[in-house]
Design a protein around this ligand. Structure first.
Ligand code: UD1
Length: 427
């Protein structure tokens, strides 16, 4: 599925100073596609999943499913035809979980359909410890036996039993894992304090198309009535709200004017409100969002990240970059993940004035950033460095861009389509 070189050693070279202009389309949502691909493990018949983004994490998920015995065919329209009737391997190995924590999403489906699952424990990562205790506790409450041994989660269950689960903390993949597990459980499962992210809704809609009986998705209380089997179905993944928003921030920072098609403004209210607060003009139709920043000066904004519908942690780094070139002082408070300000130190190397104090960062806007060689440690942090490069004086070389490639389909092509001077070079 790789039409071009995405080797980890590639770099992006960005020459700043061009206001973005034009229109682009949003790709399918990575964070919806990953659980939906995991959900194909639940289907008795063939599944077709469309509007998949062309990303490393999708390739990794296909490799994971393929190793378990799934028959997979990716067609030229980026639709995956998956047949999981012959699953014979129930393990998610360390080398795949290490590169993609979302591999944990196979735990619930494997356990509920086949009665067993072995998944490598995801360790710490660049943005914090990110434990999976709530996934495991929920499955145990549903009757699973779980052992943690040699770095693996070994889970077995004859048949999971529906129960009431009160999540101690809002967790996105935790809610998804338990919701998938509950679809084939005996009886009714209620997930209280469930995550309300749009990707949960997309997954639930897909599962319902397969014959599941889920209600309340999108609210904090999801009710799942277990069924005997789920069938194959055809489903198209929704557009990626974080990708849409990242390009809007790029247009704001460069003083440009763009329209993002295949967008979902209803899923981006908190972000669009913050963009409007910076002083740019935001317009929206049912499936597009426009942003006009021509001739306007940006004002810094205060942002606090929190679960949906509040401001998403996955847009925090991009707004830190925006604040660094806006007028005034902005405070960004990160409440979802610890240790998610690594980009601040790289932005400082480009001349940004950012002070990090624990879980908040205070930025005083500077007149200009200057290009520099930079590297990031996670996906959204890398994106923020690309955005900074778009406004910096001179050339910015963004290294370690395998992080960007995990979440942004053809970022340099989309930005170039909007007029940016950006190119990928294999090193
Ligand atoms: C998902 C998204 C990620 C996004 C995040 C928050 C996917 C593939 N990834 O990650 O892009 O940044 O939601 O919107 O959808 N926690 C526990 N125990 C658990 C599970 C989570 O303590 O068992 C904590 C985490 O450490 C974190 C918080 O809960 O502090 C939220 O994490 P969670 O919502 O689970 O993030 P992910 O699902 O991993």
């Amino acid at each position: 599925m790789t039409g071009r070189s995405n080797r980890p050693v590639d770099k992006l070279i960005v020459s700043g100073g061009v206001p973005l202009h034009g229109a682009i389309r949003t790709s399918g949502a990575k964070n919806a596609a990953l659980p939906i691909l995991a959900a194909t493990l639940l289907a008795d018949g063939p599944m077709t999943v469309g509007n998949l983004p062309h990303l490393h994490d999708i390739t990794t998920t296909m490799e994971l499913l393929g190793r378990m015995g799934a028959d997979l065919l990716l067609d030229e329209r980026m639709e995956i035809h998956a047949n999981c009737s012959n699953i014979r391997e129930f393990t998610a190995p360390h080398e795949l979980v290490r590169t993609m924590r979302a591999s944990i999403l196979v735990l619930g489906p494997l356990l509920t359909r086949f009665g067993r699952a072995t998944v490598s424990l995801p360790g710490g990562c660049a943005i914090g410890s990110r434990p999976v205790n709530l996934h495991i506790e929920g499955l145990v409450r549903m009757g699973a036996e779980v052992r943690l041994e040699n770095g693996f989660i070994h889970a077995t269950a004859r048949r999971l039993v529906g129960t009431q689960l009160v999540m101690q903390q809002v967790t996105v993949t935790g809610t998804e894992n338990l919701m998938m597990a509950a679809t084939l459980a005996d009886g009714t499962t209620v997930i209280e304090n469930a995550a309300r992210e749009p990707e949960i809704v997309d997954l639930a809609n897909c599962l319902n198309t397969m014959g599941a009986r889920i209600e309340g998705h999108g609210s904090g209380r999801i009710v799942i009535e277990g069924v005997e089997t789920l069938s194959g179905a055809r489903y198209a993944v929704q557009p990626d709200r974080i990708e849409t928003a990242t390009y809007l921030v790029a247009a704001a920072m460069t003083g440009g004017r763009i329209r993002v098609m295949d967008a979902r403004p209803d899923q981006l209210r908190a972000v669009l409100d913050k963009l409007a607060e910076t002083g740019v003009e935001v317009t929206a139709g049912p499936d597009w969002i426009g942003l006009d920043a021509r001739g306007r000066s940006l004002s810094a904004v205060d942002v606090t990240t929190a679960p949906f519908p509040a401001f998403p942690t996955d847009m925090q780094a991009q707004f830190t970059a925006l604040n660094s070139v806006a007028h005034g002082t902005g405070t960004i408070r990160e409440t979802v993940f610890e240790n998610r300000f690594m980009h601040a130190y790289e932005l400082q190397r480009m001349g940004a004035d950012i002070e990090v104090h624990g879980n908040f960062a205070v930025t005083r806007g500077v007149v200009r950033l200057t290009g520099a060689p930079v590297a990031a440690t996670d996906l959204r942090a890398s994106a923020s460095l690309v955005l900074a490069g778009l406004v910096a004086e001179g050339e910015t070389v963004v290294d370690e861009i395998h992080h960007v490639d995990r979440g942004y389909e053809c970022i340099e092509e989309k930005l170039a389509q909007l007029g940016a001077r950006i190119r990928r070079v294999p090193m």
